[in-house]
Design a protein around this ligand. Structure first.
Ligand code: UT7
Length: 330
């Protein structure tokens, strides 16, 4: 039995933050942001919305498009670095409750921007081992809850949102997740970090005063590592499966920065029309970025059943991963 990507759904929160808005908040310009990142707009959740609310909206759509009943989902894996609650309960448990599903496996994983590909890896293993039949995987983030809006080097990059997919079964290889690779290197843990409010620096007035609860990033160093690591990782997974960019219908990378995507796509000979780009309209939504991009291409009519997607991602940890996946929503 193969694991198969059965459906996609996404949710974009209502509040728009444009580059012009940032010009009024920090020392930046629309031109700098567009040139250095490709970002024009990002969306921000309302104060009342938490990550599970965004995830719930995306999950409802993904389950409906899979043709399954809520009761047929037997596991939920939520990838997020902005959980509803710091320690417990997991966001996945809260989402399960909102969906009216109980007595199933539900847990969160933390792999930053690589979370959705990591979650897919877990779902693939669950399904192919026969432990689970229909796994709901979610990438959902309220990045605005950990962004320091006085820091121009990070605030302009991130947006909120959620994407979800159902990974089910198929007996046909041409409907399956062909291959998937995930990896990490903790030696670079300080490249992307929220230093405060974990067990290392528990929440205190000092931690809050020093802004340690906010996301920090060594942007330029991360950029260079991202380009090199992603190029190598995608090359490896293609070679391992005796494929080239010609065999792939859509290259769907993590949407952190247009320049990273463009550099990797050029090095791997992906023509522009095969490269899925949503960074201009959503910014970097961390674990939600890949499923939001898949959903965008599906809803715009470009992504069709049977298309072969190549996903690749890179994020805090550091973590990275890639996957060759047939889109099998019927
Ligand atoms: O999603 C997880 C993985 N994340 C990534 O892959 C992100 C990787 N990094 C990046 O996307 C880029 O490094 C950034 C977009 C974050 C920054 O672009 P950069 O070309 O690497 O710029 P930089 O950090 O080298 O900074 C260049 C200059 C600096 O000024 P000085 O020191 O040269 O005077 C910054 O202070 O740009 C300045 N700068 C800004 N200027 C205007 C930094 N942020 C801004 C800003 N507006 N928002």
């Amino acid at each position: 039995m193969y694991a198969s990507f059965k459906s996609i759904g996404a949710y974009v929160p209502p509040k728009k933050l444009t580059n012009q808005d940032f010009e009024k908040m920090v020392d930046t310009t629309d031109e700098w942001i567009k040139q250095r990142t490709g970002i024009e707009v990002r969306y921000i959740a309302s104060e009342e919305q938490s990550t599970s609310d965004l995830a719930y909206e995306a999950a409802k759509i993904a389950i409906e498009r899979s043709g399954l009943k809520h009761s047929e989902i037997d596991a939920i894996v939520c990838a997020t670095i902005t959980p509803d609650f710091l320690c417990m309960p997991s966001t996945a448990c809260v989402i399960a409750d909102k969906l009216g599903i109980s007595h199933i496996t539900a847990f969160d994983i933390s792999a930053a921007c690589s979370g959705f590909v990591y979650a897919m890896n877990i779902a693939k293993a669950f399904v192919e081992s026969g432990i689970k039949k229909n796994v709901l995987i979610i990438g959902a983030e309220k990045m605005s809850s950990i962004v320091d809006y006085s820091d121009r080097t990070t605030s302009i990059l991130f947006g909120d949102g959620a994407g979800a997919a159902v990974i089910g079964t198929s007996d046909k290889k041409e409907e399956s997740i062909i291959d998937l690779h995930t990896s990490s290197d903790g030696a670079y843990q300080d490249f992307l970090i929220t230093p405060g409010c974990g067990s290392k620096n528990p929440c205190s007035q000092k931690v809050l005063d020093e802004g340690m609860h906010y996301l920090k990033m060594k942007g330029n160093e991360t950029f260079k590592l991202a380009v090199n690591t992603l190029t190598r990782d995608v090359k490896n997974i293609l070679e391992k499966n005796s494929m080239t960019s010609d065999d792939i219908d859509f290259f769907i990378p993590h949407q952190a920065n247009f320049r990273i995507i463009d550099a990797v796509a050029r090095k791997l000979n992906f023509p522009q029309e095969k490269v899925v780009l949503t960074v201009a309209k959503y910014g970097n939504t961390s674990a939600a970025s890949i499923p939001m991009a898949i959903n965008d291409w599906y809803e715009s009519g470009k992504l069709k059943t049977g298309d072969l997607m190549l996903l690749d991602t890179f994020g805090g940890g550091l973590t990275w991963g890639s996957a060759i996946v047939h889109f099998n929503q019927k």
